[in-house]
Design a protein around this ligand. Structure first.
Ligand code: NAD
Ligand code: UDP
Length: 311
């Protein structure tokens, strides 16, 4: 069994990852500053002998003896990461430096959760890993996009210069239970609005696209990526290649909930990418992985989870 550090472990994805790793018998440390994470997400793990929580900010160095590090600490919702953009970019950049330094000292493997946002508003569609992207360096999303791009650079340079054992995955839009109901991301927003029979707020005309991955598929890919041989660093895209317009998503959510909600249109946020869909050829080849959960299967699970928040 391994000793594993999960930064951002009390967040949406981190809590699912911690659960899987604890259930497999590993010793897991969940490090989190609880900015967007919550104790409720990890409540079911608190009594496990092989799980512990460290309240800590990855901007500060952290020391623990571990074999593997999954670096997830960073708010992922555009609404949340723009509340304190300086903290957001520090989290990505200084968090990466601190976790890479720790991995180097311990000769541990470290996996970075990068993002499809490194492709920005892409000119190439679908996006393969060798596309360098189209990112605004001075916009409202830059604290997140450029922070994640710089973190990728740091990972590659620590690997090339210091032989650190790194893995980089680029995660595309992921949804599922334990997302914060009011964190501003589209799937959670639409489901809460539909359950309350409130207007469904589409930003722009709803023709922009995203490809939605259910969280269980992502966790499987993360475990497989960590287990690959050291020579494979990534970056590798992890996402569901089925692409939907935001308007299609709104209609699916209304049908799934059986809601009386009406669709309304609101202004598009700054630098909102027009299209996004992963090319997952590399993940299929290197991880023998592809997503298995359809949007029509994942949405009802999330609706069930969110029902308790609207009563
Ligand atoms: P989340 O906001 O639910 O979780 C992030 C966690 O990191 C939270 O628990 C938060 O409290 C913690 N955190 C934030 N800043 C921190 C800091 N300075 N020190 C310690 N902890 C800190 O988001 P998520 O959806 O679970 O995303 C997890 C990771 O996956 C993020 O790095 C995100 O960029 C990446 N990602 C997510 C998606 C997605 O669709 N969910 C897509 C691409 C990439
Ligand atoms: N969006 C929307 N209504 C909402 C929330 C989001 O139309 O209530 C749109 C948003 O403008 C974007 C897409 O849905 O085009 C995905 O937004 P999200 O914040 O979930 O993720 P990201 O933009 O980072 O992919």
């Amino acid at each position: 069994m391994k000793r594993i550090l999960v930064t951002g472990g009390a967040g949406f994805i981190g809590s699912h990852l911690c659960t899987r790793l604890v259930n497999e018998g590993n010793e897991v440390i969940c490090l989190d500053n609880f900015f967007t994470g919550s104790k409720k997400n990890i409540l079911h793990l608190l009594d496990c002998h092989n799980f512990e929580v460290a309240r800590h900010d990855v901007i500060q160095p952290y020391y623990a003896e571990v074999d593997e590090i999954y670096n997830l600490a960073c708010p992922a919702s555009p609404v949340k990461y723009q509340i304190d953009p300086i903290q957001t970019i520090k989290t990505s950049v200084m968090g990466a430096i601190n976790m890479l330094g720790l991995a180097q000292r311990l000769k541990a493997k470290v996996l970075q959760t990068s993002t499809s946002e490194v492709y920005g508003d892409p000119f190439v569609h679908p996006q393969p890993e060798d596309y360098w992207g189209n990112v605004n360096p001075v916009g409202y999303r830059s604290c997140y996009d450029e922070g994640k791009r710089c973190a990728e650079t740091l990972f590659m340079d620590y690997h090339r210069q210091n032989n650190v054992r790194i893995k980089i995955i680029r995660i595309f839009n992921t949804y599922g239970p334990r997302m914060l109901p009011h964190d501003g991301r589209v799937v959670s927003n639409f489901i809460i609005q539909a359950l309350n029979n409130e207007d469904i707020t589409i930003y722009g005309d709803g023709t922009q696209t995203r490809s939605f991955q259910y969280v269980d598929d992502l966790i499987e890919a993360m475990i497989r990526m960590m287990a690959t041989e050291d020579s494979f660093t990534g970056p590798v895209n992890i996402g569901n290649p089925r692409e939907f317009t935001i308007l299609q998503l709104a209609e699916k959510v209304i049908n799934c909930v059986g809601s009386k909600s009406k669709i309304v249109f609101k202004p598009l946020p700054h630098d909102d990418p027009k299209q996004r869909k992963p090319d997952i050829t590399l993940a299929k080849e290197k991880l023998n992985w592809e997503p298995t959960v359809l949007l029509d299967q994942g949405l009802p699970k999330m609706v069930e989870y969110f029902k308790e928040f609207v009563l």
